[in-house]
Design a protein around this ligand. Sequence first.
Ligand code: ADP
Length: 424
Amino acid sequence: MATTNWWKEFRKVALYFLVVVGLGAFFGYALEALAAAAMLLVVYWLNQLRRVSDWMRRPDIEPPEARGLWGEFFDSIYRLQRHDREERDRLQTAVSYLRDSLAALKDAAVLIDPSANIEWSNAAAQQLLGLQYPRDRGQAIVNLLRVPNFSAYFTAGDYQEPLLIESPLDANVQLQVEVTAFGRGSRLMFCRDVTREQQLEKMRRDFVANVSHELRTPLTVISGYLLTLMDTDLGREARLQQPMLQMQQQAERMETLLRDLLWLSQIEAAEGREERRTMDMRELVGEVREFALGAYPDRVIRTELLTERAVEGNYKHLYSAVSNLVINALKYSDGDVDIEWSDREDACCLSVRDYGPGIDAVHLPRLTERFYRVDKSRSQGTGGTGLGLAIVKHVLAGHHARLEIESEVGVGSTFRCVFPHSQD
Ligand code: ADP
């Protein structure tokens, strides 16, 4: 089609030159006629180019009318322009749709560019964070959101775990911040009001702590009288021996349970704000080993202390976490136990390894849940409460560390406390 038009145009121009030059030759001015014809053609073409250029500057007006090759040229540009406009409209609609849905969110949404400046924020961001769009556009987010921990969290770039902050507008409002990185260094930040959840969580913690505390006194009285009764003639009667012994065992179990529950509540309530000091983990490992050998004198506990790196933390909490792991290793296996304190590329690591029965992989994700036990009947026999690993997990979370568990049935288990260097 385009080639046909081109040939037509070529034939028209050729015919035009032939006629004009022919007429010129007839009157004896062939060269002059050729020059004039060429000039006229150039002027015509220049005029068509001017019309295109005028139209390009005002694309909203209709394309210029023309026939032949020029008409086809104008039509092609017009079609391209229309396609372009439709594409732009479609994109604009998609962007507006996304923005409208983000704007309608009850959670604060803030778009942050690769230089950490605010690009856009929704209405909820004004209510929760005091950020106003478009007033704050182009401002650094860390300059505007001045609340403890936020700047460090945002610049560290590790957004795996959400951050809990106070609202800069009202210290009683607790916000959960989640950041997602996308594209080339852009970030999308969501903030949710979690005040109610936090209050409920605190109520739950207080309730457990209060119940555990309140139950301790009656239990101590019952245990005390039970011991006294066992020492009397009545308590020594053969028919009462077994029930008495069971009562005493169950009372001891309840005491252990209450002690662990209270301890877990204390660790949770501390939320990482407990007193901290720089601790030589080699000393701590040595002390835990002494304590564990006191409880299991016939067992072998090897220690390998491969680094001098210290940990900033709370001695009581970390001692309880490490001793829980070592006592578990001794309790659930009957072989040797290895404790290692080492330095990896990105973290320090305290591992406790046993060569016992191991744990089936299906249990691993739930192992740190409160009261979760792999084999309930066996755990009761070992005096377990199912709270030990929950305590370990909470202590480590308070130290920005994590628990890794590796286990193979019939081979043994390794529990690792990993302290990332970025938290040093
Ligand atoms: P418990 O007080 O019952 O020991 P924990 O929270 O410490 O509670 O452990 C949860 C469960 O994980 C235990 O009941 C046990 O089944 C399993 N477990 C923990 N440590 C080991 C280990 N070293 N080897 C095998 N099983 C283990």
